[in-house]
Structure formats: C-alpha cells, structure tokens
Design a protein around this ligand. Structure first.
Ligand code: CTP
Length: 435
C-alpha cells in the first residue's frame, strides 16, 4: 500500500507555450500577475492584448514581463503570419480579462484583431476569465455568448462576486489572478488527457478544509487539513464545466476561480450549509476533515489559568454529514467521501478504508495514507479510490490538481456506468477543444 501511494512523480514535460490574451477592461492590470505566475514557473508566454487593452496596461509592461514581442493587429509582422501561428502553436490560451465585447466577437468568429484571430486558429484548451459589470454579465446577450463558448468546448469561468470598479458590487469581478493561473496550469498539466467539459450543466458541491470546535472564544480543537485537495477538486470541476459550490472550513487559500465559496468554521455550520446546498448538487465531494466531536460545554469567556484547574474536556459527538447525505440523497446524486488513514496494529490503510466504506457506502471513497511525506500541507498527493462495486483504482503520486482530475474521471465514469441508470448522463463534447 505504501508503495502504491508514494510512486515517483512523472518526469517534467517540455516548456508549454501559453498565450495570454488580454481584452480591454479595467481588470487588465490583474492579468499582469497572471503573466508573472506563468513566467516564474517556467512557461513561455506570448501576450496578445487587444488594442483597447493597451489603454489600460501598456505594451512596455507586457513586453518586459513576457520577454517577447507584443503586437495587437493582424497587419503587424505579416511575414510571420502571427494570427495563424500563435494560435496553432499554443498549448493553452487564457483570456484575462474576457470582456463582454471580446466574448461576443469570439462567438461571431470575427478576426478583426490578433487575439480574435488567435482564438480562431487555436486547437488547444481555451480559458476565458470574464470580468465586467454585473448588468453586462447578466445580459441575455452575454449569457447566450457564454453558453455558446462553453458548448464549443471552451472553459468560461464564472466571475467572482464582489466589489467592481465603481461603487457597485455583484457578480462580475475577475477571480483572483493566482487562482486563474492555478487553473490554467492544472489544465496544462493534464497534457494529452486534456480537459473536456464533461461536467457541463452539472452542479458539484465540494467541502474542503478542516472544521474548528471552539472551547472558548480563542481556543479550538481542530485539524491540519489545508483544504488543498478539496480546492483542487473544485478547480478541476470548474475547468470541466461544472457549476461549483465550495463549503470551505477555515481554508487560508485564495478562492477557487469560477466557484462560489461559502466559508464556515465549525462542523455544525458545515453541516447546515451542506444540507442547504446538497439538494441542488449532482455530485457531492466531502473532502473536508470534519470534527467527529465538539466540546460539550463551550465557554462564552476566555478560560483563565488562574481560575480553572487542568481538567478533562468533555466532548459530544457531531452528526456525520456524509451518512446523513446517504440517507437523504436524491436519485442520481453521486457521493464521494474521503478517508485519511494511517493504518494501525489492527489493520492496514485499505483494511480501515474498506471498513469505512462498509459503514458509509458512498459511491467513491478516496483513501489517502497520511505520512510518507504526503498529507495535508504538501502539494502532491496519492490515493486509492474504492467504489461500492468493489473496484479499486490507484492514483500514483502526482500534484493535487492531477489527483483531482483523476477523481473526477472516476466520477464521470461511475456516473455513466451506473447500473440503475440514475447517474449523471454523459455530456457529448468534441474530441478536440475548439476555440
Ligand atoms: N465526515 C462527515 N461528517 C463528520 C465526519 C466526517 O461528513 N462528522 C466525512 C468526511 O468529510 C469524509 C468522511 O466522512 O468524507 C470521513 O469518514 P470518517 O469515518 O468520519 O473518517 P474519520 O473521521 O477519519 O473516522 P475515523 O476516525 O473512524 O477514521
């Protein structure tokens, strides 16, 4: 088992070519951070701004930070036929920010500047990170354009909700640049496996992080879960076209681009929010480390050492959310549990996991061995996934993003081969991701 979970990471591939398209919106300045993330992690980036993007951030900035030429028109450098070559050679095209106008032009198949020309010739995955005022995002024209781009296989992230350029606030804010870069890198990391919108039209609910059970206003019983694997599942699901809701327990990571995040603290809060959200979910992934117990008598005021003697903390049991979901699940809903195991004198990691699956017969149980340099805070993971039909799939050591995609591969596969026909229907998508 230890060997299964700690196999060597795959060798690095060649330096991928990324095209960073920048449309003319105020969030263009945040694309600078996306560019830096890619160049600092060794990617070759060609920045292709639209002419109006240069009104927000100038050519010098893009050229200096990318180390490459920056042109905007189809008439520039005609000898290198840039409007065809850049798209053809790209491994990933990322448009940050994607404005309403840019997406409308992409839908219409226009090629009136270098960026739209590039979108017409790209055969690699294309990610749009929209940013605009709420009214523009919600306008039927934009809704239809987003739906068309998604139906053609592009990844269009949902914008974040928050403060916009003026005094207004609502959906339309660019997701965090670090998270856009992380999502782009997770798409690239899939390589030949690709990222297809096989969860388009599905709602995926993910819990992540670790709950805290407060003893008094400043002290709590908690656990070391960072939320990284849960966030990676959310990121992968968003990239595969799902509508994603994350219930995040004490996660200190930027919110996942394209997902709605609900922050919670305790197991009771997590339970409440999960039960609110689960009825709408086609897939629930319970990656959070939920406390099994809470202090029976939490104190309203800070416990003082002068006035209280060392004592035993009385605990009471928290309800098991996953077991409740199993009882209440709606037809076709797929449940994924997580089990972090160390093994014990009574049995190995998989023995404990199989016993857990027998107690909580979820569709898929993702088993992590804690230890061996793997676990909560590290970037890599490895797992064995057990399913209710007795199948067992080993996921070798790889990044948490890739582990997340492998888990979702199993989710999609499991849904489509469910004998009762209640599973998530397969979504028909083109084999190559068109622009
Ligand atoms: N879980 C839950 N509600 C709880 C506790 C855990 O929904 N109150 C979920 C976790 O999100 C995870 C799975 O159940 O998906 C973990 O199973 P569990 O048997 O609770 O694991 P442990 O807490 O590690 O149990 P044990 O201590 O018995 O190993």
């Amino acid at each position: 088992m230890a060997d299964e979970l700690t196999a060597a990471a795959p060798p690095p591939a060649r330096r991928p070519r990324v095209v960073l398209g920048v449309a003319g919106g105020i969030a263009a300045y945040k694309a600078v951070e996306v560019l830096r993330r890619f160049t600092e992690s060794g990617h070759r980036v060609r920045v292709v701004p639209t002419p109006s993007a240069l009104r927000f951030v100038g050519e010098t900035t893009w050229a200096a930070l990318s180390g490459g030429p920056v042109t905007t028109g189809v008439w520039d450098n005609a000898d290198e036929v840039a409007h065809v070559r850049i798209g053809r050679e790209a491994d990933l095209v990322l448009v940050v920010p994607a404005t309403a106008d840019l997406m409308a032009r992409a839908v219409a198949g226009r090629a009136d500047d270098l960026l739209t020309g590039t979108l017409l010739t790209a055969t690699c995955p294309v990610v749009f990170a929209p940013a605009m005022h709420t009214e523009m995002w919600q306008h039927p024209a934009t809704r239809a354009n987003v739906a068309t781009l998604r139906a053609r296989g592009a990844i269009v992230l949902d914008p974040a909700v928050g403060r916009l350029t003026g005094a207004d606030s609502g959906p339309g804010r660019l997701p965090e640049p670090a998270e856009i870069a992380a999502l782009g890198m997770s798409v690239l990391a899939r390589g030949a496996d690709g990222v297809r919108p096989d969860l388009a039209g599905r709602h995926v609910l993910v819990t992540a992080g670790g709950t805290r059970e407060y003893l008094d206003p400043v002290r709590f019983l908690g656990n070391a879960s960072s939320g990284r694997q849960g966030y990676a599942v959310a990121r992968a699901a968003a990239a595969r076209g799902a509508t994603v809701t994350v219930v995040a327990a004490n996660v200190a990571l930027p919110e996942v681009a394209g997902a709605r995040t609900i922050a919670v603290t305790s197991a009771a809060e997590l339970r409440e929010r999960v039960h609110e959200e689960a009825p709408a979910a086609d897939v629930v992934v319970m990656a959070a480390a939920v406390a099994d117990f809470r202090p029976a008598a939490p104190q309203a005021y800070k416990i003082k050492k002068e006035t209280s003697a060392p004592d035993t903390i009385a605990l009471e049991r928290n309800p098991d959310v996953l077991s409740e979901l199993l009882v209440n699940r709606r037809p076709g809903q797929l449940l994924v549990g997580f089990a972090a195991e160390t093994g014990s004198p009574d049995g190995g990691v998989l023995d404990h996991a199989r016993a857990k699956l027998a107690r909580k017969p979820v569709d898929l149980l993702v088993v992590n061995q804690v230890g061996n340099g793997l676990g909560f805070e590290v970037a890599d993971n490895a797992a064995v996934v057990l399913d209710t039909n007795g199948r067992q799939t080993t996921i070798d050591r790889m990044s948490k993003d890739l582990v997340a995609h492998r888990i979702l591969d199993l989710v999609v596969g499991f849904s489509t081969d469910r004998a009762d026909g209640t599973g998530v229907e397969p979504v028909r998508v083109p084999v190559r991701t068109p622009r």
